[in-house]
Design a protein around this ligand. Structure first.
Ligand SMILES: Cc1cc2nc3c(=O)[nH]c(=O)nc-3n(C[C@H](O)[C@H](O)[C@H](O)COP(=O)(O)OP(=O)(O)OC[C@H]3O[C@@H](n4cnc5c(N)ncnc54)[C@H](O)[C@@H]3O)c2cc1C
Length: 386
């Protein structure tokens, strides 16, 4: 990969930097945690600004409303976005990072024409309805059923851990359409309209005191057959497309943000007079080197995705290392803070919250054990476990 920045790349950087320097402060701080209505309004308004300025979907093809930037400018975009500390993608994550890309790869012309512009403009929010109480790592054992009646599927079952489903308009929904087929062959990928009778969303409370996730109960919910993505019973293949985007390139912004997390850690240690500790300096140095290495892996993943139209299975290695590194960094911050991280306010409370939140990274989007299995089977070509 040649990641040398050209004069055009630097011109794009200047254009974006000037826009972010003006617009980020003007957009103001995010609303307080827990106010999800305000959060949705804040995030979608920012998405609209990005869209109107030509900065939404910079990696999406031009034919589908994106900017179709070359890979070097996609990287410049990530660098400048992090530098400006621009608003987190948040409620737009599923739509922008994997539902939209799945529709680009697998959707019908009608599905693309309806949904992609709405996602790019921040007019519709998506969630993911894959996991069930007895189907997480073993996702293909899902039991939510869809039975066809004429031009509709009638859906019954329960989903769990659906992030931000309480503010979502549409859901990437996996259902079982053939209960008699081998488990991977009886699944279908549907677009569920969340605003209809038979869809009940119950937010769940997590260890950090927030409600990021929901249970979704489906009782005779209706999905038009025209909302099916891919063929009936071919949903496992479509699911793997979604998961490649989710694990492959969706975390790139988070990864570049780790650089500022390292800088904040050093600043914190200095403030507390702990930076003279040579062992601490060595630990931070090691983590900083890992962050640089991970960013290189990310650049490679984005380059591969650009060349082939889809992230490769190597995304599992990036996802695995990102999850672990995030936890190591936030754990070190809590150790530097010591007892200030317990029951304190300000910096201490923030670091404790970041640490608690970091625990989810080795579970979400496929656990670390599952990523290791995928690396063994799909990258190293080792035999399947069972
Ligand atoms: C922050 C967060 C956000 C999420 N958002 C969503 C969402 O929006 N939509 C959605 O559908 N889901 C979502 N999930 C669910 C997530 O995909 C599942 O939690 C995850 O796939 C693990 O499934 P599980 O919780 O059922 O654990 P289990 O599958 O029960 O796993 C339990 C343990 O067993 C291990 N294990 C299981 N099978 C194997 C194996 N074959 N080899 C080795 N070890 C194994 C696992 O690694 C884990 O340590 C989210 C989860 C989190 C934490």
């Amino acid at each position: 990969m040649d990641l040398t920045y050209s004069a055009e790349d630097e011109a794009f950087r200047a254009e974006l930097r000037a826009w972010l320097e003006r617009e980020v402060p003007a957009h103001g701080p995010p609303p307080p945690p827990g106010d999800w209505t305000a959060r949705r309004a804040y995030d979608t308004a920012w998405q609209r600004k990005l869209h109107d300025a030509g900065f939404a979907g910079v990696a999406w093809p031009k034919d589908f409303g994106g900017r179709g930037l070359p890979v070097t400018q996609q990287l410049v975009y990530l660098e400048e976005y992090a530098r400006a500390d621009a608003p987190y993608i948040s409620v737009n994550f599923v739509g922008m990072m994997h539902a939209g890309p799945t529709l680009i790869a697998e959707g019908t012309d009608e599905q693309r024409a309806y949904h992609l512009p709405r996602i790019l403009r921040g007019e519709s929010i998506w969630c993911q309805g894959f996991s069930e109480p007895s189907a997480g790592s073993d996702l293909a054992s899902l039991r939510t059923s869809a039975v066809r009646h004429g031009d509709e599927y009638v859906v019954n079952g329960q989903k769990i851990w659906s992030t931000r489903a309480h503010v979502a308009d549409f859901c990437e929904l996996l259902v079982r359409t053939d209960p008699d087929a081998p488990k991977h062959r009886g699944i279908t990928w549907l677009i569920l309209d969340m605003h209809q009778p038979g869809v009940e969303v119950r937010p769940m409370r997590t260890i950090d005191g927030e409600s990021h996730f929901c249970e979704v109960f489906l009782t005779d919910a209706r999905v038009p057959v025209s909302n099916r993505v891919g063929e009936e019973n071919d949903g496992w293949r479509v699911t793997n497309v979604t998961l490649r985007f989710e694990r492959g390139t969706a975390f790139a912004q988070h990864i570049i943000n780790l650089r500022s997390q390292v800088r904040q850690l050093v600043a914190l240690a200095r403030d507390l007079g702990a930076w003279d500790d040579l062992a601490l300096q060595a630990q931070v140095g090691r983590l900083d080197a890992h962050v640089s290495g991970l960013w290189r892996m990310t650049q490679r993943g984005i380059t591969e995705a650009e060349a082939t139209g889809m992230p490769s299975p190597s995304g599992s290695a990036v996802k695995l290392r990102f999850s672990e590194l995030t936890q190591e960094l936030s754990e070190l911050a809590v150790r530097v803070l010591g007892r200030l991280a317990v029951g304190g306010a300000g910096e201490g409370a923030e670091a404790a919250k970041t640490y608690l939140w970091s625990l989810q990274y080795t579970i979400a989007a496929g656990t670390s054990q599952i990523q290791r299995n995928l690396i063994a089977e799909r990258i190293l070509g080792m035999p399947r476990s069972a």
